[in-house]
Design a binder for this molecule. Structure first.
Ligand SMILES: *[C@@H]1O[C@H](CO)[C@@H](O)[C@H](O)[C@H]1NC(C)=O
Ligand SMILES: *[C@@H]1O[C@H](CO)[C@@H](O)[C@H](O)[C@H]1NC(C)=O
Ligand SMILES: *[C@@H]1O[C@H](CO)[C@@H](O)[C@H](O)[C@H]1NC(C)=O
Ligand SMILES: *[C@@H]1O[C@H](CO)[C@@H](O)[C@H](O)[C@H]1NC(C)=O
Ligand SMILES: *[C@@H]1O[C@H](CO)[C@@H](O)[C@H](O)[C@H]1NC(C)=O
Ligand SMILES: *[C@@H]1O[C@H](CO)[C@@H](O)[C@H](O)[C@H]1NC(C)=O
Ligand SMILES: *[C@@H]1O[C@H](CO)[C@@H](O)[C@H](O)[C@H]1NC(C)=O
Ligand SMILES: *[C@@H]1O[C@H](CO)[C@@H](O)[C@H](O)[C@H]1NC(C)=O
Length: 631
């Protein structure tokens, strides 16, 4: 297998000269190295991780969660406890958290906090503890900042993640007082900042095309990964440059299988796809292959591609010479949030011209960085479509699936923000068959304020969107995409076909369950165990969709373009997101549903219940009447 040339290759370190640069190593591949794995199944390493987690962590985690639900005093049908206390029949829970810039990062964090068994208020509400049972946590764009930050910080509580825990040397929080595009620094600081960002990419640039997406990743790293605090923000230190996505597996909480598998979604930018843009998407047609990065593998589960490569060896093009160090965590999260293809950034214009999730740029930034234009021009990639910048990731899927994969003939794949096809929530990873997800907690903090939306679909025109609220658009997009890409994946439940459907049924104002109906027909199922063939997961939809019920001023609907936050503002957002996730429907009694914690547990066990052929009963029956969308 090995060529003569490469067997002579000695271990070569490229990154010794500049110690702050992204370290790339080129070395002989390990024996048995598999560059491309085909198929729509998951990797052995992921399967092993999840199976270990199910054995070692989940039985106790589900027991604790059950206790927390029971503590609310609502009496649960016996089957709920039976399932949650069983070892073999435990449900499989996934969380998807949407894009939408800092707003989505904070709202997603707030909902996750409300499910965290370490937060005593969440425990009191009967929702705490569910986070500890989750097997997969998928995110994209702004949501991936939160998710990556949480994973790399070794899974601290949300309060410690966002605000730091006060211990020097630990993750210091998100530094939100410094702009993502620092325009508040002094000119000297700005210049130093810009040259550091570029310098950190110098070694990579010798071997790979480097784009604005890389620079963006380095800027994000100063907010969301270890190594930066308010004091050293502009100092010339490493700023987490060596934190790799595949290396997350070495952290203590991964070693102990306490963390869910993190997944980041990106869209392919393909010059070979002709398709229409979903209203609410930007630049990327809905029939474009999508990709996911997890610490084990990177690839696409779409049948048209069905190919995966080890994340640790991203950048590798053959089985003899292996590149490591390409999979920098914030580069991947930066790719997932790379909207620069929308911004028409050209060399004559400043680097960080605009930023807006799925909102075509329409305002000049207050005071952009001094443009390091000459240096940028030398590292810009050359291919161009839908704008002039892109993240170029060399993944050797060259020649893979030539009949169905649009970009099989390419040696470089270009990726951008995972929400640009209109699916601003990473739902598809939850439909991969081998993952067997029973219930998806879907956190939607997308803001559909794009003018293109308003003009395209007239029925959306009279809604009060443009105010930073979610309108269900990502679910609609996934429903549409599954018409194209259903093959080999599990079914996505029916959701309304347009935003009016979400609004008129009130689905944005309270949690909603989608996909209730097949199992609810169970009472009429005459043949013992109910074994649906292509049954998909149940979706528990939690939207950032309405102002607080108590009439207080809303703070969670900030603009996607807001890139600076105060501590008070963030705490306020976490508080309101906590309420959204813990209050349930408005039943008029203190504006909350005291049974919501129990209802969520009913949803969590519902697929397991159906598998066992048990009927829904007691509070669960009421809950499903209250929370199911029967479209
Ligand atoms: C729990 O979450 C709430 C709401 O964000 C927060 O006020 C509280 O400090 C958290 N408690 C802990 C122990 O993290
Ligand atoms: C980041 O810091 C936390 C402590 O706050 C530590 O537990 C974790 O291991 C660090 N992560 C990495 C990737 O170094
Ligand atoms: C940052 O420090 C490195 C050495 O640690 C040095 O080579 C480099 O020039 C410094 N960068 C800037 C922008 O001062
Ligand atoms: C896409 O459509 C354009 C215009 O209809 C056509 O010229 C082009 O060949 C098509 N490309 C592909 C890859 O089908
Ligand atoms: C394998 O990849 C390396 C680095 O990209 C390259 O230098 C080498 O020539 C390739 N070997 C073969 C056999 O293609
Ligand atoms: C992109 O920017 C360039 C330079 O500012 C301008 O000439 C061009 O018209 C812009 N293109 C679009 C589609 O806005
Ligand atoms: C938040 O929502 C309220 C009520 O819909 C609206 O008045 C306000 O302008 C929104 N804030 C932002 C920043 O859009
Ligand atoms: C919007 O969705 C609702 C509910 O799903 C449906 O009744 C209605 O026909 C839809 N309107 C359009 C224009 O598709």
């Amino acid at each position: 297998m090995r060529s003569g040339a490469t067997s002579r290759l000695v271990f070569l370190v490229l990154a010794v000269a500049i110690n702050v640069a992204v370290a790339l190593n080129v070395q002989q591949c390990p024996s048995g190295f598999e560059l491309v794995r085909r198929g729509q199944g998951i990797s052995e390493s992921e399967a092993r991780y999840v199976s270990d987690r199910r054995k070692k962590v989940l039985p106790a985690a589900f027991k604790t969660y059950l206790k927390n639900v029971q503590r609310t005093g609502v009496s649960l049908p016996k089957y709920v406890a039976d399932i949650l206390e069983s070892k073999e029949r435990l449900p499989t829970v996934g969380i998807s958290t949407s894009g939408g810039g800092y707003r989505a990062a904070l709202f997603g964090a707030g909902v996750v906090n409300a499910l965290d068994g370490r937060n005593s208020s969440a425990v009191e509400k009967g929702t705490g503890g569910l986070l500890q049972t989750v097997t997969h946590l998928a995110a994209l764009s702004g949501g991936s900042w939160f998710m990556t930050s949480l994973a790399q910080a070794n899974f601290p509580t949300i309060q410690h993640l966002i605000f730091g825990d006060g211990h020097a040397g630990n993750f210091a929080g998100w530094n939100p007082e410094v702009d993502l595009f620092p325009s508040t620094a002094t000119p000297t600081e700005q210049l130093l900042y810009a040259s550091e960002l570029l310098q950190e990419l110098a070694v990579k640039a010798q071997h790979f095309p480097v784009s604005l997406g890389d620079v963006w990743g380095r800027a994000l790293a100063r907010h969301f990964t270890n190594g930066t605090d308010p004091v050293n923000f502009f100092a010339n230190t490493t700023h987490g440059v060596d934190i790799l996505f595949s290396d997350l597996l070495k952290l203590p909480t991964f070693n102990s299988h306490e963390q869910p598998v993190p997944i980041i979604v990106t869209d392919l930018v393909s010059e070979h796809i002709n398709g229409s843009i979903f209203p609410g998407g930007y630049a990327i047609p809905l029939n474009t292959p999508m990709f996911e990065f997890n610490p084990f593998e990177t690839g696409s589960y779409d049948y048209a591609v069905a190919a995966h490569t080890p994340t640790k060896y991203l950048g590798t093009t053959n089985k003899s010479v292996c590149v490591t160090g390409f999979d920098q965590a914030m580069f991947i999260s930066g790719t997932s949030s790379n909207l620069f293809n929308e911004a028409n950034v050209t060399v004559g214009r400043p680097l960080l011209t605009d930023f807006g999730s799925h909102t075509p740029p329409h305002r000049p930034p207050p005071s952009p960085l001094p443009p390091p234009t000459s240096r940028l021009s030398s590292i810009r990639p050359t291919r161009s479509q839908c704008g002039s910048t892109r993240v170029t990731t060399r993944i050797q899927f060259h020649g893979v699936a030539p009949k169905t994969f649009s970009d099989s003939g390419e040696t470089m794949l270009t990726m951008c923000d995972g929400g640009e096809d209109g699916q601003v929530s990473p739902l598809q990873p939850m439909l991969v068959k081998d993952r067997n997800i029973d219930v998806i907690i879907e956190i939607d903090a997308v803001s559909v304020s794009s003018y293109s939306l308003l003009s395209v679909l007239s029925q959306w025109q009279n809604n009060d969107d443009g105010h930073g609220w979610a309108l269900g658009s990502s679910l609609i997009a996934t429903q549409e995409r599954m018409k194209i890409f259903q093959r080999g994946l599990r079914a996505f439940p029916c959701v309304p076909t347009n935003q009016s459907g979400f609004i008129s049924a009130g689905l944005l104002k309270r949690p909603t369950f989608f996909g209730c109906s097949p199992p609810s027909s169970l009472p009429h199922w005459p043949f013992g165990k109910y074994e649906p063939k292509h049954e998909g997961p149940l979706v528990v939809y939690i939207a950032n969709g309405a102002p607080p019920r108590d009439g207080s001023a809303p703070v969670t609907n900030t603009s996607t373009q807001q890139t600076v936050y105060s501590g008070v503002e963030m705490q306020g957002m976490l508080g309101q997101a906590f309420d959204v996730a813990t209050q349930g429907a408005d039943l008029g009694l203190d504006l909350v549903d005291e049974e919501w914690g129990a209802c969520l547990a009913c949803a969590v066990v519902d697929r397991a219940r159906a598998r066992e052929g048990v009927r829904r009963s007691g509070v669960c029956e009421r809950c499903f009447e209250r929370y199911c969308w029967q479209g």
